[in-house]
Design a protein around this ligand. Structure first.
Ligand SMILES: Nc1ncnc2c1ncn2[C@@H]1O[C@H](COP(=O)(O)OP(=O)(O)OP(=O)(O)O)[C@@H](O)[C@H]1O
Ligand SMILES: [Mg+2]
Length: 587
């Protein structure tokens, strides 16, 4: 076994350890089942030499025959009982290990920072938790049952063969290692190939997910044909990897069978000579062959097990790789849990880039008093969303600091920091659940009445009441009733109302609305902003007039700042943007 394989299973062992009593019970059962199976070889010798022997009187032979039948029945019953427990205990162990691991990975994923989700594709993560993890039960079966049982069977059969005829045994042993080494050589090749198969498959899933959720885009540009072509290409790569792996498995099996036949013929010849020389009874040769045949299955099983183990090592490695990703945003050991803040915010010379090469936010400084409204305006890609991402500490700035109530946000416990804020984001996410639960998301202890109040304040109550089951209607992006853009926004606003934060972030909360829903949303937002420090990002400048501070962002820098009237008087970028936007609005 190569070292990455051993490493993978060492990591998996931690998850098996809690069940070591069950593992021990499983080994005990294995120790019982092996002799029961091996018994058939001496029984056969008994049948040939004591039942069918012409030298025994009829009634003795008959009694022997009956004894044999009773013994076989007894062994079979015992074996069945053991088998029941073996299968059951083994499932308990493997399924529990898989469940524990799955939950631990998910918990780890929840703790990772946004930066991780930006680097990793959803499909790739899901494939590790779906495809890869299902290989674990098979691998554990090999380790916990197949290999120990097969090894015991091999040892037992071998011991009996030595007892029957040591010369024939030595002759047999001369052939076995050769077969075994070919088997293990072929088995080792599997790790690499399987890893490739899994990677290709993950890529396929990634493409599928992206393209099916993006079907709107595909259709609107008439790209169906080109998408089929692209899918064919990726699918073919996956096929090729699978076929390559199949080829290796396909070559391996016949090679082993061929070698076995040659070996058996040799033994038949050598053993036949012993019987002809009278140094062995025919019954002993029969028993020897049975013992030998009993070794075939275990050898197969062991080689298969090692294959499974190597194959799964790749998958297990891929799962544990996730654990090695550390959250980039770390809490200090003595981080402060904030319960309530006033909502004073300061950015001090903040510089930040998503990757290390180019900063997206450059030396940004500003100060906001509690309850004030800050508007971030600027062209698409200027860095507006990035600024609020930094405030929520989804990322840490490379330089400078962000302070809330004059304390660096890195001093706060993450969860308690984010509890102080609510965001009505650019892309609103609804989980497949009822309206009630969707509004309650983030404020789980709110009562139904509180949810309804929040919805009323968000101007959402009316349309919710018109849904088939009112607040209990299942909505969502994957299933359930789909809401319009304006309705989604009002659900998000209701969420924010209910959450009742000191800091409110509205990212394009008025984009893509018709004038009626805009009025409803605007009205709700104005109410929502009361008494909270608010960041408002909007392309519609009519909406930001009331802000205490307007920051004009261009290429990650604040290029102009002031109130609406100050900036208009300045006759700079803001004025141009404003004129352009009011022209748009008047047409
Ligand atoms: N997750 C990300 N990873 C890498 N780069 C990003 C990421 N998000 C944004 N960027 C880059 O950072 C820059 C600023 O993006 P940001 O989303 O802050 O712009 P914005 O001002 O909110 O634009 P818009 O008005 O279109 O929402 C852009 O150049 C964008 O390409
Ligand atoms: Mg944005």
């Amino acid at each position: 076994m190569s070292s990455p394989v051993i490493k993978a299973y060492k990591e998996l062992y931690i998850y098996v350890k809690p069940y070591k009593l069950l593992v021990f019970a499983l080994f005990l059962l294995t120790i019982l089942v092996a002799p029961a199976r091996l018994m058939f070889s001496p029984i056969l010798k008994f049948i040939f030499d004591e039942v069918f022997s012409t030298e025994k009187p009829y009634n003795v032979a008959l009694r022997n025959l009956h004894t044999v039948i009773l013994v076989i029945i007894g062994i079979t019953i015992i074996q069945s009982i053991i088998q029941y427990w073996q299968i059951y205990i083994q499932s308990v162990i493997t399924q529990r290990v898989m469940n524990d691991l799955r939950v631990r990975v998910y918990a780890h994923l929840q703790k990772l920072s946004m930066e991780f989700y930006q680097r990793w594709h959803t499909g790739e993560i899901i494939s590790r938790l779906s495809n890869d993890i299902t290989l674990i039960p098979q691998a554990l079966n090999s380790i916990l049952i197949d290999i120990p049982l097969s090894s015991l069977m091999l040892l037992g059969a071998l011991g009996y063969m030595v007892y029957l005829n040591w010369k024939l045994t030595i002759f047999t042993l001369a052939i076995l290692p050769f077969i075994a080494s070919v088997v293990s050589y072929l088995g080792n090749q599997m790790v690499r190939v399987t890893r490739q198969v899994q990677q290709r498959f993950a890529e396929l899933i990634k493409l599928l997910e992206e393209r099916i959720s993006g079907v709107h885009l595909i259709k609107s540009f008439g790209m169906e044909e080109s998408e089929i072509f692209k899918f064919q290409k990726v699918s073919r790569e996956s096929l090729e990897a699978s076929l390559k792996s199949a080829k290796i498995i396909a070559t391996q099996t016949p090679i082993i069978t061929l070698l076995q036949t040659i070996g058996l013929l040799g033994i038949l010849w050598f053993g036949g000579l012993q019987v002809l020389n009278k140094s062995m009874t025919p019954g002993s040769l029969m028993a020897f062959f049975t013992a030998l045949l009993m070794m075939v299955d275990p050898i197969y099983s062991i080689s298969r097990s090692f294959n499974t183990i190597s194959q799964s090592a790749g998958a297990i490695g891929r799962i544990f790789e996730l654990f090695k990703v550390e959250p980039l945003i770390k809490e200090k050991p003595n981080a402060i849990a904030v319960n309530s803040i006033k909502g004073e915010i300061e950015f001090r010379n903040v510089t930040f880039g998503y990757s290390n090469d180019a900063p997206v936010i450059k030396n940004v400084s500003f100060h906001v008093n509690p309850g004030e409204i800050v508007a971030l305006v600027g062209r698409s890609g200027a860095g507006k969303t990035t600024i609020v991402n930094l405030l929520m500490r989804f990322y840490d700035p490379q330089e400078g600091s962000i302070l809330i109530d004059r304390i660096d946000i890195r001093e706060f416990k993450l969860q308690s920091l984010r509890q102080q804020m609510s965001i009505v984001p650019q892309d609103i996410i609804l989980f497949s659940d009822t309206v009630l639960e969707n509004i309650r998301y983030g404020t789980p202890y709110a009562t139904r009445q509180e949810v309804i109040e929040a919805a009323k304040s968000a101007n959402a109550h009316e349309f919710i009441m018109q849904l088939p089951k009112g607040y209990d209607t299942v909505i969502g992006d994957e299933s359930g009733i789909r809401l319009s853009g304006g309705q989604r926004q009002r659900i998000a606003i209701a969420r924010a109302f209910l959450h009742n934060p000191k800091i409110l972030i509205l990212d394009e909360a008025t984009s893509a609305l018709d004038s009626e829903s805009e009025l409803l949303v605007k009205d709700a937002i104005i109410r929502l902003m009361q008494g909270r420090t608010t960041f408002i990002i909007s392309h519609r400048l009519a909406f930001v007039k009331e802000a205490n501070h307007i920051l004009v962002i261009e290429n990650g820098e604040i290029v102009e700042r002031g109130t609406h009237s100050e900036l208009l008087a300045k006759d700079g970028i803001y004025r141009k943007l404003y004129e352009a936007s009011s022209e748009l609005n008047s047409t």
